[in-house]
Design a protein around this ligand. Sequence first.
Ligand code: NAP
Ligand code: G3H
Length: 471
Amino acid sequence: MREYKALINNEFIDNGQWVEILNPTTLDVAGKVSALKEEDVNKAYKAARDAQPQWEAKTLLERIAILKKFRDEILKNKDELAQIMAEEIAKGVKEALNEVIRTVEIIDYTFEEVKRLDPLAMTGEGMGARNKLGIFSRVAKGVVCAISPFNYPFNLALAKIIPALVTGNTVVFKPATAGSLVGAYMGKLAVDANFPKGIFNIVTGRGRDIGDIITSNPEINMISFTGSVNIGKQIRKQGSSTDLVLELGGKDPALVLDDKNLEKYADEIIAGAFGYSGQRCTAIKRVLVSDKIADKLVPLLKTRVEALKVGSPFDNANITPVIDEKSADFIQGLIDDAKAKNATIVYGDKKEKNLMWPSLVDHVTVDMKLAWEEPFGPVLPIIRINDVDKMIEIANQSEFGLQASVFCQDLSTAIKVAKKIETGTVNLNSRPQRGPDCFPFLGIKDSGEGVQGIRESLISMTRYKGIVINY
Ligand code: NAP
Ligand code: G3H
């Protein structure tokens, strides 16, 4: 059994308290991490605050050199990291390895991009002040609190931690409990990379026990959070004057407007809906399509859903157990509600504990929960609507606004529809996705606040510092 301790000021903390992490595939204990208390969390923030000025005082190239050693440790440990993720979040081993490699690519790109955060130099010309020259550099905000979700426990953690550190911030990192084995393992990598004391602290423990303590510490200058709308809203309510970036849930619609390339559309929709068993914020979570096209599309989707392999992450099955039994029951509840209201189960509707077969549900209507709620699991509802304006209306009625897809070969129509859809991004003729990671990534409405992405994260974790020369 794995046992990883929290990291504060480069020391592994053993306060005698532990949280057990279940393996979603076997439902046995995969390992345990420290369960920190308020005093431990406060120590982590003190360490981060104390370390910050010296860390920021290093040159950018000195900080990059230290972080590069950490990046090298990741590569050395890539198979172990993938193995841990397969054990604790049931992500297929290959997919978990891809997550690690993708993260290294983000880190490398970040090291290049940060060099282009050039200062802005301005004169007062035209504003009645010729004798002023302002130089506005981007400087660290201070102490960043980074909180990650279970579904990308490595990638979405480091997509916050690296831009924070490279720009001279120090970090207090709270991994999701399912995901905290890989989260806490980063402590070992940081120590092996000789991180200076206090720049990177890992606080483990259940969000319901220490979440509020972690997000309300007065030392925090910025919170970068990825997770559910509920917790995101709680953090927003707690408010204070802390800067926030929130990346929250989604109910991404796919609007299918023609039948000119249905095989390709079906491939994209299935990959979009069922990747990592639908546990992606950007998963396609509803298809909006006319009756006429649906009659051709649904059989194509069915063939593909039937072909998905259901099983273990260690066999790289397409569909693996969802994170826990509570989530499986919630997803099943959405399917049951749709069935009770006369939706058609085309495939699936089968579950053993938290292993759910992929479900394709046709004739879903707007009175069903499945039309609106985020299942975060392997179920795809088909909503039949014959009028494009009505499709756009239903796409926009959602409280979510992360991403959408429009499938249509006529680019002019596709762009006109895309412009009317209220989401952060609309993908034409492909599934929604966060990547390429150099793109800005954002949700509007309840799906988020602020922007992620490589350059955008560097910007959100820094602020302008102006120095004005009067001559
Ligand atoms: P979650 O339950 O909201 O948890 C997210 C993180 O918040 C975890 O680290 C969790 O710790 C922590 N947390 C729990 N209670 C807290 C509190 N009171 N204060 C501070 N932190 C607290 O979300 P999840 O189940 O891990 O992830 C799934 C959700 O994330 C879905 O809604 C998905 O759409 C969304 N998501 C969005 C994006 C995006 O970029 N838009 C990306 C990935 C996922 P514990 O695990 O210990 O509770
Ligand atoms: O779960 C939310 C992630 O940000 C989605 O990332 O589109 O690369 O799967 P992805």
